[in-house]
Write a protein that binds this ligand. Structure first.
Ligand SMILES: C[S@@+](CC[C@H](N)C(=O)[O-])C[C@H]1O[C@@H](n2cnc3c(N)ncnc32)[C@H](O)[C@@H]1O
Length: 352
């Protein structure tokens, strides 16, 4: 499972059951803070049309893969330039074989994120990846960049390859839960060689879903849906800081790696929902601007806002119902926080 703060994979049955109770078996559901895309994919599997978005670029590629692909693409442009054979019966697997087989070269990831490198800002070498894995990541991501620039691959193919690369990187990252910092010693799985593996694709119902990149506050006015699922951050920890490496993989860029931990400048993706001072205003803006009368909101008992504050905020537009679910907390490996807590599933029906 994708280790991502707030990943709802374990809560999917509760979420889809509540969606069904609120709007029945069909309709359009917006998932406006969609993260790994786990909820969006499940909604697609249940037969809903999904409008998914998030402010993070990696999420965009996960969402395109989870919602808009029903069969592995043909990679026709890579046939033309002879990366794979025209007779290939498994083009996606063959592209991965090609990428896995490239000669590793030392570039940005090697320099900034591995013990063999020398960070440009003079900080000590970082240990997010072994030197061999960092060099491999450099080769693969720069090859994908080249294919995008030369238009050898389509936008869907690009998203699938970036999704595949991120899933492989997650397997070998030398971190404790998030990319906020690296571990001082290499843990066992971080020593394994990185390998791109084919990801599973859901084979049905890929038409009509919409994927966008952006702040929910800005996109809300563009969205018309039967139900809007909102799964906001519930802590002060900013996703942009904690997943900076995945963002760099998704964008394919070469940002300045700042400070000891090598974070990219993430201010453009700073979320107001991670702040006590502006979070509730953001919720209000979203629910006022979106063209939708039913909302389902996930939140956690130990979030920034108390249940009463959320009930008051959502109560301004309609009736609120709360379901409490026992849940195991997302914890970094060294966390001392208790593992059990309550997850809220808050339904809101706008008075019309
Ligand atoms: C709790 S996670 C969502 C997890 C997701 N449901 C899953 O299962 O993977 C919250 C998400 O909200 C996104 N986010 C935070 N503030 C946002 C905003 N103002 N607009 C859009 N997305 C935002 C974060 O990037 C993060 O992916």
């Amino acid at each position: 499972m994708y280790r991502y703060i707030g990943n709802k994979t374990k809560l999917l049955p509760h979420i889809t059951e509540r969606v069904r109770e609120l709007i029945g078996d069909t309709g359009t559901v917006a998932d406006i803070m969609a993260g790994t895309g786990s909820v969006s994919l499940e909604l697609r599997k249940c037969g809903y049309k999904v409008m998914a978005s998030d402010v993070m670029t990696y999420s965009y590629h996960h969402l395109v893969t989870n919602l808009q692909i029903a069969e592995y693409p043909r990679f026709a442009g890579l046939v033309t330039c002879k990366v794979i054979s025209p007779n290939s019966e498994t083009p996606y697997a063959d592209v991965l074989l090609y990428l896995n087989g490239l000669q590793a070269k030392q570039s940005f990831f090697y320099r900034e994120f591995s013990p063999g490198g020398k960070p440009l800002n003079g900080c000590p070498a970082r240990k997010y990846f072994t030197s061999a894995n960092a060099a491999k990541i450099d080769t693969i991501r720069e090859k994908i960049n080249e294919w995008v620039e030369r238009r050898y691959i389509t936008a869907l193919e690009e998203s699938l390859l970036k999704h595949t690369l991120i899933m492989a990187v997650n397997e070998v990252a030398n971190i404790s839960g998030t990319y906020g910092y690296f571990l001082s010693d290499f843990k066992k799985n971080a020593r394994d060689a990185i390998v791109l593996k084919p990801v599973e694709i859901y084979p049905k119902n890929s038409d009509g879903h919409i994927v966008r990149l952006g702040f929910a506050e800005n996109l809300a006015g563009l969205i018309t849906a039967d139900l809007c699922y909102i799964d906001p951050p519930y802590m002060k920890r900013q996703y942009a800081a904690n997943y900076h490496i995945l963002e760099t993989l998704a964008r394919g860029d070469f940002p300045e790696a700042i400070g000891k931990s090598g974070l990219r400048d993430w201010w453009d993706q700073h979320s107001k929902l991670c702040t006590k001072t502006r979070g509730l205003q953001s919720f209000e803006k979203i629910i006022n601007d979106i063209h939708c009368n039913k909302f389902l909101v996930s939140y956690s008992e130990d979030g920034l806002f108390a249940l009463e504050q959320l009930e008051e905020c959502f109560g301004k537009i309609g009736t609120v119902q709360v379901q409490l679910i026992d849940y195991n907390r997302f914890r970094s490996n060294d966390s001392k926080l208790p593992s059990k807590l309550k997850e809220y599933l808050i339904s809101v029906e706008r008075k019309v």
